[in-house]
Design a protein around this ligand. Sequence first.
Ligand SMILES: O=c1cc[nH]c(=O)[nH]1
Length: 172
Amino acid sequence: MPEEPAVKLTLDAEALYRELVRGVQQLGAAESRLVGVTSGGAWLAERLQKDLGLPGAAGAISSAMHRDDFATRGLAGAGRQTQLPFEVDDAHIILLDDVLYTGRTIRAVLNELFDYGRPASVKLAVLVDRGGRELPVQADYAAARVALPATQSLALARGEDGRFSFQVEGQT
Ligand SMILES: O=c1cc[nH]c(=O)[nH]1
């Protein structure tokens, strides 16, 4: 039997970022606070804050304290901690993440966010929705939707020049 050709995934992160800029504007960025999930989402929020000319700094939020595997994993590889340089109570929040997959990270960061206050609303915008949800979480905006096998991992990388690319690892 002939071998199946390997599926080559080409995702242009910079092109998707430009789509995301439009999507986030449509979600009401001008009236909202941007909060990025560490680390890829925090890079997106930082850059969007600048590119959209929004005043102040974007927030960063970590899932580490509320992960459902905290008991086994602890703070290992937790990376940047939560920093929300504004009042969360009554704020309209747009959460940013690079890749939406099982929904577990979003569940965890929502718990983290509510430790800081009671926002008026929370929306979710992502660069890539890769399917595979294990919880009832959906993005309000996704610049791309792709189906990836569970053996593959996808994450955003940021170069020294600030440009984005995707890191795809694992078998196709
Ligand atoms: O809570 C979480 C978040 C991400 N991934 C997990 O397995 N659990």
